[in-house]
Design a protein around this ligand. Structure first.
Ligand SMILES: [Zn+2]
Length: 208
């Protein structure tokens, strides 16, 4: 799939998904209140799906749901709207299957009710060693950057995130916090303070 077509599928799917969720009265408020964080996650997820990479894994999705207190029903709703939007873009059956599989794997690790702090124990498929150079995506379990091999989020990704989120927004903190908590599981020997600084410490102070 060429880059332009892929970019258009990703952009349209993310924007249509967040739009339909904002109009869905049954959607959990957290999904609409933190639309930027959800959109950023969907963007990275669909990028990997289309590049036939294995996405950082359902773990980040699980982490975001835990941070936003979204249960299985909420994730099902997100999966439904995402797949509907993606289907309309005709990305091919492979991409749809990979997207559905990612959601399904994440769903297994979410509580039906209020057991929100169970430790995930996902088995991850192996992933290709390389990803497109222009993308800077996290690669669990090492959490190196897919684009430049530096620790994620690398300097490039930091600027991209600030641009995507329009500055230091609460949703950006939520997204990075989700990645941080997923990385904590993957890197149990890492110094927690160092890890927190790596994921969240670079954020500029919010100016009023
Ligand atoms: Zn990078």
């Amino acid at each position: 799939m060429d880059v332009f077509r892929g970019t258009s599928i990703i952009r349209n799917t993310v924007s249509q998904t967040t739009t339909t969720i904002s109009r869905d009265p049954t959607a959990p408020p957290a999904l609409t209140e933190h639309a930027e964080a959800v959109g950023a996650l969907l963007n990275d997820m669909i990028t990997c799906v289309l590049t036939e990479d294995t996405w950082p894994g359902p773990l980040v999705l699980v982490s975001l749901c835990r941070t936003l207190d979204i249960d299985r029903a909420g994730l099902d709703l997100l999966a439904h709207h995402t797949l509907t939007a993606l289907l309309a873009q005709q990305p091919g059956p492979e991409a749809l299957v990979r997207t559905a599989a990612t959601f399904a794997a994440a769903t297994c690790h979410l509580p039906v009710a209020d057991d929100l702090h169970r430790k995930p124990h996902l088995s991850r498929p192996t992933r290709p060693a390389t990803a497109p150079a222009e993308t800077h995506l996290p690669m669990p379990p090492t959490w190196a950057c897919s684009g430049c091999a530096h620790e994620w989020p690398c300097a490039t990704k930091q600027s991209q995130l600030l641009a995507e989120f329009g500055g230091t927004r609460p949703a950006l903190g939520i997204y990075l916090g989700s990645c941080f908590s997923a990385a904590l599981f993957d890197l149990p020997r890492a110094n927690k303070q160092h890890l927190r600084h790596r994921f969240l410490g670079w954020l500029p102070r919010e100016t009023s």
